[in-house]
Design a protein around this ligand. Structure first.
Ligand code: 2PG
Length: 193
């Protein structure tokens, strides 16, 4: 049997609820986000997990704390690293997504949110995010996977889009369409074929 790589986007955050760009703003889970983390814990109960990775942002760490409590994973080693943080949204952080679409147009906002290499003002493009997530994946997470460990990664919409792009070998065009839902585990068999 092959070991597993499980990717999980944090539960809904307060800014997700308010439809605001979040990026590196360190906002916590909403009540719905807490419920989503609990539901993820139920889904993950049947999985053996040997090592956990999270970003250093509270919404990812809190999501995992809930899973750790419910699934009794207190003895499983945990590494937190800023390489897994959300893409930096720069000047858009904290602003309402609908207001920004009104001001700059839906198309421009979609480009900032989903294109591969066009960064939002003073922020990171997905490409910038990719070039911090993937080196960390290769130096740390992949090494654990290659040892046969089952790994859970709790991170963010865009840091996980970067990772999925790498794992699924998606093109710059294909990644534009990729959305990652909050609190829904994505399970890969390792090695990914
Ligand atoms: O605001 C953000 O940081 C991200 C994830 O919540 O949003 P988007 O889906 O616009 O990339």
């Amino acid at each position: 049997m092959r070991n597993k790589l499980i990717l999980l986007r944090h539960g809904q955050s307060v800014y997700n609820l308010e439809n605001r760009f979040t990026g590196w703003r360190d906002v916590d889970l909403s009540e719905k986000g807490i419920q989503e983390a609990k539901a993820a814990a139920e889904k993950l109960k049947s999985q053996k997990i040997d090592q956990v990775y999270t970003s250093i942002l509270i919404r990812a760490k809190h999501t995992y704390q809930i899973i750790e409590d419910i699934d009794g994973l207190q003895n499983v080693p945990l590494k937190e690293d800023k390489a897994l943080n959300e893409r930096k949204y720069g000047d858009l952080e904290g602003l309402n997504k609908a207001d920004i679409a009104e001001k700059f147009g839906e198309e421009q906002v979609h480009i900032w949110r989903r294109s591969f290499d066009i960064p939002p003002p003073n922020g990171e493009s997905l490409k910038d995010t990719y070039y911090r997530v993937i080196p960390y994946f290769k130096s740390d997470i992949k090494k654990d996977l290659d040892k046969g460990l089952n790994i859970l990664v709790v991170a963010h919409g865009n840091s996980l889009r970067a990772l999925v792009m790498y794992l699924d070998n998606l093109s710059k065009e294909e990644i534009v369409e990729k959305e990652i839902a909050t609190g829904v585990p994505i399970i890969y068999d390792w090695p990914v074929k």
